[in-house]
Write a new protein. Sequence first.
Length: 81
Amino acid sequence: MGIIWTIVLGFVIGVLAKLIHPGKENMGFVLTVALGIGGSFGAGVIGQFLGWYRAGEGAGFIASVIVAVILLVIYGKLRSR
């Protein structure tokens, strides 16, 4: 069940990041899930570095969406080249 929850939450976080970020990204389901999972992973790493989370503790939902939006901006910059 852990993998299914990861995919579902990754999809929700990815969709929210795409709604917040202006512009049109032609990303399919798999890339949207990867965006959300990457945002959650990045938020966890940054949060552990700053002392907000302990090792093994999941990142917060809002932090995950914020990092996913940052990843989406980076994706847009790389894709425009």
